[in-house]
Design a protein around this ligand. Structure first.
Ligand code: NAD
Length: 259
């Protein structure tokens, strides 16, 4: 029996089989969780439905996290199927592409900044807010961040402040929901080739640099991120909340490249 047997998990952020959310879904399904999925728009519906079927899930719901009505609709629909939610995995981010390369100061705009914060950070607490009545002691929320929350990374630009805000969100949510027995954690993943990552300038160079520099001398996979997420959301991790766990081959501990 897997270590998530009997748990019900909502997976938000699958766009393809390369998505980090898919790595999380596969790991959680393997460990026995029952899954529901959301998809951002009609273009992704079929692909997400097919992937969901691979984990025996038929609960696949539309959700643009910018829309409160869609967030509410997801939890009303889920409450008709499930009496509780044990896990919410949030693996969503967005910033306008033109702001993800070049000079930060020159390219950032008020609207771009606001949008990145809204979709990539606020949406995590928005999900918790709407799911509140279905969360129970033992429920666990997880999101995905990146090192640019705490260090500058070329081209990541406006997503840096968005990830910093997301990690602060994790701490505030953990503090607020902890007395109710609900845990909130974050994984800071190393760079992985996904659709979202393709929008960031110089991604190939970043991956190559990581392979040469990280203590493990390689990149990480969505499976490795998924396994860590499954652990953090399981009863093996009941003492952990408000944490940012790095799954990056140790890259974040390096102060200077060995070469
Ligand atoms: P991805 O493109 O597979 O996933 C991003 C998801 O965000 C997609 O499913 C997309 O539909 C969803 N999304 C964007 N705007 C949305 C909206 N308005 N409503 C609902 N969904 C929306 O890419 P990914 O790399 O798997 O990204 C998942 C998370 O991992 C993001 O938070 C990203 O910042 C983070 N992350 C990625 C890397 C990396 O190198 N790939 C590294 C660290 C952190």
């Amino acid at each position: 029996m897997g270590f998530l047997a009997g748990k019900r998990a909502l997976i938000v952020g699958v766009a393809s089989d390369r998505s980090i959310a898919w790595g999380i879904a596969e790991a959680m399904a393997r460990e026995g969780a029952e899954l529901a999925y959301t998809y951002q728009n009609d273009k992704l519906k079929e692909r997400v439905t097919e992937l969901a079927e691979q984990t025996n899930s038929r609960l696949v719901l539309p959700l643009d996290v910018a829309e409160d009505t869609e967030i509410d609709a997801v939890f009303s629909r889920l409450s008709a199927e499930w009496d509780r939610i044990d896990i919410i995995a949030h693996s969503v981010a967005f910033a306008p592409r033109e702001q993800l390369s070049g000079s930060y100061v020159d390219t950032v705009t008020r609207d771009g900044f606001r949008l990145a914060q809204d979709i990539s950070s606020y949406s995590f607490v928005a999900l918790a807010k709407a799911a509140r009545r279905m969360l129970r002691p033992g429920s666990s929320l997880i999101t995905v961040s990146y090192l640019a929350a705490v260090r500058t990374i070329p081209n990541y630009n406006v997503m840096g402040p968005a990830k910093a805000s997301l990690e602060a969100n994790v701490r505030f949510m953990a503090s607020d929901l902890g007395p109710s027995g609900i845990r909130v954690n974050c994984i800071s993943a190393g760079p992985i080739k996904t659709l979202a990552a393709a929008g960031i300038g110089g991604m190939r160079i970043m991956l190559h640099y990581m392979e040469k520099t990280a203590p493990l001398r390689r990149g990480v996979t969505v499976q490795e991120v998924g396994n860590a997420a499954a652990f953090l959301c399981s009863d093996l991790a009941t003492g952990i909340t408000g944490e940012v766990l790095y799954v990056d081959g140790g890259y974040h501990v390096i102060g200077m490249s060995p070469e």
